[in-house]
Design a protein around this ligand. Structure first.
Ligand code: PLP
Length: 376
């Protein structure tokens, strides 16, 4: 936690649960990405945290944006982003939304199927398009595939078809899966992109861009490869597969830009035990799966937790949210331990919670309001 967040929490005494995001950390994370992956243009994945304050900051810093919907596109535009810095990166779009985006000046679109390509040809004539290929999702704590992407032979055929439909057949994209903990997965994916480039080149189409998506991991409870390691893996793979003919590169970090900037302050509502025997404490917080912590599904994303009693004796716990839904358990198997002195009413902090939280909160399940957020 940063001193700025600490001061804010001490002075403001806001009702819990609330997310507090230190915008300086967002700026630092963005600068670090620019520095470490200097050859790639950055399109921030808006869905990770679409707060006006975050987007305004990133616009001022020169970032581009990866948007998934007309709402995200309109938000970026209304805050001053220029349409040529916005990618419509969702492979699943209504034709009307493609038309609307095109009318607003968006000229780069993702697709991964023939049907989507047909829509683009009609609704965004002449626009730039890129095809997303499947990745395995291996190594990712929050995998995204099978839903997105297509096999390499299909991607090659579709890019040729894009050209024949009068679209600008720009390149290929992939996403190695969010919170990707194996740097080697970027190497695998770039190798697959190179195959598509080669196949279409043999048929007279030269592609010029690789969109490498996001996936850059954050250190939650476990060590992960650092950004330097991932960047070096990418640079080596590009060199090996493309030699001196480096394609234009785009990356779309989301999590790695905003996660570390945010802390959720929550309160202990109840501590109980289910039996006299094993003594596992159940700690119920006032935030849960429906209050913004959807990424605790299958205990995938494991936020580091800080309490006022850290450093004292600890014991194993299960941690759950406050709603009357049985799915609202955050961690039961992940091996969390919390201090034995933890009490009802204590304030507990979930660290590195600035990404994929606010917009994942339900509108009011069980009458609990969506997660409040402060950007400082
Ligand atoms: C979600 C998403 C991202 C961001 O991924 P992170 O793992 O948060 O960096 C980037 N690109 C696309 C297309 C996405 O759907």
């Amino acid at each position: 936690m940063t001193p700025k967040i600490e001061r804010f929490l001490a002075e403001r005494r806001a009702d819990t649960p609330c997310l507090v995001v230190d915008l300086d950390v967002v700026a630092e994370s963005y600068a670090r990405v620019r520095e470490t992956v200097p050859d790639a243009a950055v399109s921030y994945a808006v869905k990770a945290n679409p707060a006006r304050e975050v987007l305004e900051l990133l616009i001022a810093l020169g970032s581009g944006f990866d948007a998934a919907s007309m709402f995200e596109i309109e938000t970026c535009l209304s805050l001053g982003a220029s349409p040529d810095r916005i990618i419509y990166g969702n492979t699943i779009k209504k034709q009307g939304d493609i038309e609307a985006a095109y009318a607003r000046g968006i000229r780069l679109f993702a697709f991964d199927s023939e049907a989507e390509l047909e829509k683009l040809a009609v609704a965004a004539p002449g626009a730039g398009v890129y095809c997303r290929i499947l990745t395995s999702g291996d190594g990712a704590d929050w995998p995204l595939s099978r839903k997105f992407g297509c096999e390499l032979d299909m991607a090659a055929n579709l890019m040729l078809r894009a050209r024949d439909l009068g679209l600008d057949a720009v390149g290929i994209s992939f996403h190695v899966g969010s919170q990707q903990t194996d740097a080697g997965q970027w190497d695998v994916a770039i190798g697959r992109v190179a195959e598509v480039f080669k196949t279409v080149a043999e048929r007279g189409l030269n592609l010029r861009m690789i969109n490498m998506g996001g996936g850059f991991p954050v250190r939650y409870r476990k060590d992960v490869p650092d950004l330097e390691t991932v960047a070096q893996t990418i640079a080596d793979a590009i060199k090996r597969h493309f030699g001196d003919e480096t394609p234009e590169l785009i990356i779309e970090p989301g999590r790695s830009i905003t996660a570390e900037a945010g802390v959720i302050q929550t309160e202990v509502v109840l501590i109980s035990s289910k039996d006299y025997a094993n003594g596992i404490r159940w700690v119920y917080l006032d935030v849960g799966k429906f209050g913004g912590l959807a990424e605790t599904m299958d205990e995938a994303i494991q936020y580091p937790i800080a309490t006022p009693h850290d450093g004292k004796a600890e014991g194993p716990v299960a941690i759950a949210g406050p709603t009357c839904d049985g799915a609202d358990i955050l961690y039961e198997d992940a091996g969390y331990k919390l201090p034995l002195g933890l009490k009802v009413g204590d304030k507990v902090l979930l660290l590195k919670a600035g990404a994929y939280t606010t917009t994942y909160a339900s509108v009011g399940f069980n009458g609990f309001p969506p997660l409040k957020a402060f950007y400082i």
